[in-house]
Design a protein around this ligand. Structure first.
Ligand code: KPL
Length: 301
């Protein structure tokens, strides 16, 4: 398949390499105009052995010939990343959007009224220590699902993703896994960013009450949104991710550390906005949203 991948961060490049290994023809779309990038990639559990992959980049002809575009930029970058591509995109081209948080869907549907649009969420983990080095650091579930009518019949895409990086599955209501992931991000991301600690530190006693409150608030909003869950279930999932990723630094931790904008508006910010619609009080999530906004504003005065 001819594929353009937009946003060559850790997760995007992981998918680009895995798709290339399965003989798909992948070009990268990057912020600069470099015609080629060489990526040094290490497989899971072999961090010291790297293989080089060469990707052509930023070719409008290849974009026009793409049958699939995968967008892995941050939630707040999706519109700006997609807009310059619009004149080249074939209306049959399947567009897959993969980012933390919820909230870009409406905009993307407005930008692409004819294309099949799929949203995806993944728990695969990758680490990018230098701009061209990627380590695959953890296996995890990927969910894909349609958010418009045109994409309803594209269930085979999940099979293709599964053959590339397993386990990947189609979900008939993608908002369900998107909310599950949002719950995990609401708990782990701001706490590890505010406290500048690795995920595993959230196992300490001092964080348990906050984690409980976050899960209780998120479960109330999810239930009001029609997504089946309980605060206990969410707490259990959060604890499992903390244990499974204990040495990792969350994406928001890294964003704050490097003085970059975070996805907080699409994570705790989205949660608080949906809570307000349902007249649910979410003081702990609101306080964390404000704390991260304050840290961002000090960096971007
Ligand atoms: O998705 C993540 C992130 O860092 O953004 C988690 C699950 C918290 C893993 O670090």
């Amino acid at each position: 398949m001819n594929i353009t991948l937009v946003g060559a961060g850790a997760i995007g490049t992981l998918w680009a390499v895995k798709l290339t290994q399965q003989q798909h023809n992948v070009q990268l779309w990057t912020r600069d105009s470099a015609p080629e990038i060489i990526v040094h990639f290490s497989e899971l559990n072999s961090p010291t052995i790297t293989t080089d992959y060469s990707f052509s980049c930023n070719d409008p002809h290849a974009l026009a010939a793409s049958e699939m575009v995968i967008v892995t930029v941050k939630a707040f970058q999706v519109t700006a990343a997609l807009t310059p591509l619009l004149p080249y995109l074939n209306t049959d081209c399947v567009v897959i959007i993969m980012h933390n948080g919820i909230g870009s869907q409406q905009h993307v549907q407005q930008l692409l009224p004819h294309n099949p649009i799929i949203y995806a969420t993944t728990s695969q983990a990758a680490f990018k220590p230098t701009p061209t080095t990627i380590h695959h650091t953890g296996l995890g579930q990927t969910w894909l699902g349609a958010i418009n009518q045109q994409a309803q019949s594209q269930t085979h895409i999940a099979e293709m993703f599964n053959s590339v990086l397993s386990p990947s599955q189609w979900h008939t209501n993608i908002y369900q896994p998107l909310w599950q992931k949002l719950a995990i991000n609401c708990a782990i991301n701001p706490l590890t960013a505010v406290n500048q600690c690795p995920n595993g530190d959230l196992g300490q006693n001092c964080y348990q009450d906050q984690l409980d409150s976050i899960c209780t608030e998120v479960a109330q909003v999810m239930t009001a949104e029609g997504v089946n869950t309980t605060s206990q279930q969410l707490r259990h999932q959060v604890d499992s991710v903390i244990a499974a990723t204990s040495a990792n630094y969350s994406s928001m931790n890294r964003d704050i550390f490097h003085h970059r904008l975070t996805e907080i508006d699409y994570i705790n910010g989205y949660l608080v906005q949906q809570a307000q619609r349902h007249h649910i009080d979410t003081p702990v999530n609101k306080q964390l949203w404000q704390a991260i906004k304050h840290m961002e504003s000090q960096d971007h005065e």
